[in-house]
Ligand binder design. Structure first.
Ligand code: GAR
Length: 189
């Protein structure tokens, strides 16, 4: 079985969607740096292996990153999927796993990079926003785009209803794209 590692810092709804759709096909593990991440509770509930690399235990970002790198190298994942991972990966991790790290972002990149992208789009007043899945490179929310899907913002939408639409789309889209990318990686070997 190919191995997929998911990195999540928070709620973990994308992690759960990935597990539900892909657990029969791949070995899945969760890494979180945040001991309060609800994603960890989901991993327990879903009976998925997880590793907490508690960011708060480390004096500097660099020692945390090194630990994360050691762990990832040891695990030898076929693919790494960021799913609400709120830290920036250092260059050497991105390079080592080049072409094998994906991220999902809740806007149509390059619009609304960074934090709270759904809110940014809503407050800007755009009529269409959406979801992007892309390869990770060394720029924040940069990297080659794999796919995008559009969500129309209706006049009656509130931030909450928009968030709901975006998350629903993410949960459908991300597992599908992850599956495709792993298959493609397998074929090209
Ligand atoms: C998702 O909406 C994801 O697109 C976003 O964080 C949320 C995590 O939700 N990621 C980013 O904003 C990355 N810049 P989840 O923890 O429920 O999967």
């Amino acid at each position: 079985k190919k191995k997929l590692i998911v990195l999540a810092s928070g709620n973990g709804s994308n992690f759960e969607a990935i597990v539900r759709k892909l657990r029969n096909r791949y070995e899945i593990k969760l890494i979180s740096e945040n001991r309060d991440a609800y994603a960890l509770q989901r991993a327990i509930k879903l009976n998925i292996d997880y590793e907490l690399i508690n960011y708060k235990y480390f004096r500097e970002r660099e020692s945390y990153n090194k630990k994360l790198f050691e762990y990832l190298k040891k695990e030898e994942p076929d693919l790494i999927a960021l799913a609400g991972y709120m830290k920036i990966l250092p260059e050497y991790i991105v390079e080592y796993f080049s072409g094998r790290i994906l991220n999902i972002h809740p806007s149509l990149l390059p619009a609304f990079k960074g934090l709270n992208a759904i809110k940014q789009a809503f407050e800007y007043g755009v009529k269409y926003t959406g979801v992007t899945v892309h390869y990770v490179n060394n720029e924040l929310d940069g990297g080659k785009i794999i796919t995008q899907e559009v969500v129309k913002i209706e006049p009656e939408d509130t931030l909450e209803t928009l968030e709901e639409k975006i998350h629903k789309l993410e949960h459908r889209l991300y597992p599908k794209v992850i599956d495709k990318v792993i298959r493609r990686l397998t074929i090209s070997i």
